[in-house]
Design a binder for this molecule. Structure first.
Ligand code: SF4
Length: 340
């Protein structure tokens, strides 16, 4: 039984964060020195994730993306992939990773049933990578993408957050490198989500700025038809190369948003900008039936009217969404906790 929210948007796409831990500290996501982590006892077991996934599936979810933190820091992830890949209602199973541990796991993930993989890649310059992420891991990330390209996934995507004065001079080199892997690259506007404490409007390179840089290098850029609720606008160069732009900051797409997020400890968020999540872990561990869980989910989704990014667009003074003190008090406000 598919359900819709107050703006007529179906429940379609579930992002499941399997851990809040990460092995990088990207400046646009985890710029601070210290973080408050979720208690280990609260982290959902794979079987609990599988059970919740089935309840979501019964209400219309047919696409799942595994996220983190960094999902590959979770032990034995291919076992969860295998468990989810067997779900008859699941049409698409993808994962977003920073790629550091991908070389060792790409083939096992593919063989376990993962369809697609998206790797975050913001620079091709080792020194810049270290400055941006605080770790000297570019070589491992690039080898991870090589391994993914060999493993046989139905698609590989690269996600690049473009930040003025940081990596906006690498749009064309990254696009060229993506071609070599047969990967589709998506350029993402820097977002003022929870945890992005260094965000400022001046550091955002807009969709137009990204497209201008690409058109300057390649000439004509052709817009492709929209793909359902997918956040990326897709474009084609004259040589057939397809790339995407995710304009979450200057041209948000909340009207078509069918995404929700399950944190590693079982809180369900209906929007990336939502300040409250619905605790599913407690009823799950207290023995709620599938019907009771369905009722909970249905009640929340049918009441949903979230348009977080669109509402931010209307603000005259726009600054980071959440202050550092509030992030320390509630790690669920962090983007890395709710899976970006
Ligand atoms: S801001 Fe919220 S409603 Fe808008 S696209 Fe993002 S998750 Fe969806």
């Amino acid at each position: 039984m598919a359900i819709t929210d107050r703006l007529g948007r179906p429940l379609g796409n579930l992002r499941i964060s399997v851990t809040d831990r990460c092995n990088l500290r990207c400046a646009y996501c985890m710029p601070e020195r210290d973080y408050v982590w979720l208690p280990r006892a609260d982290i959902l077991h794979f079987e609990e994730i599988g059970r919740l996934a089935d309840v979501f599936g019964s209400l219309g979810v047919d696409r799942i993306r595994l996220t983190g933190g960094e999902p590959l820091t979770r032990q034995d992830l291919p076992r969860l992939v295998q468990l989810l890949a067997r779900k008859p209602w699941l049409r698409d199973l993808a994962m977003t990773t920073n790629g550091v541990l991908l070389e060792a796991h790409a083939q096992a993930l593919h063989d376990a049933g993962l369809h697609r993989v998206t790797v975050s890649l913001d620079t091709l310059l080792p020194e810049r990578f270290r400055e941006l992420t605080r770790f000297d891991e570019l070589g491992r990330v690039l080898r991870g993408i090589d391994a993914a390209a060999r493993a046989g996934f139905s698609a590989i995507k690269l996600d690049t957050v473009v930040i003025r004065g940081v990596n906006d001079d690498e749009i064309v080199p990254l696009l060229e490198r993506a071609k070599g892997w047969g990967a589709e690259i998506r350029f993402i506007e820097y977002m003022d989500v929870g945890g992005a404490t260094l965000w400022s409007r001046e550091r955002v390179v807009s969709r137009q700025g990204i497209l201008r840089a690409i058109a300057d290098a390649y000439g004509e850029v052709e817009a492709l038809p929209a793909e359902g609720s997918a956040p990326a606008e897709r474009f084609r160069l004259v040589d057939g190369t397809v790339f995407g732009v995710i304009a979450s900051t200057t041209a948000p797409f909340c009207r078509a948003c069918d995404r929700s997020r399950l944190t590693a400890d079982g809180l369900w968020y209906l929007c990336l900008y939502a300040t409250q999540g619905l605790d599913l872990r407690k009823p799950l561990r207290e023995g709620a039936s599938d019907e009771q869980l369905k009722t909970l989910l249905t009640g929340a989704w049918t009441f949903r009217a979230d348009r977080g990014a669109e509402e931010r667009l209307g603000l005259r003074e726009r600054a980071p969404l959440v202050g550092k003190a509030d992030l320390q008090n509630d790690p669920h406000l962090e983007m890395h906790t709710r899976g970006g």
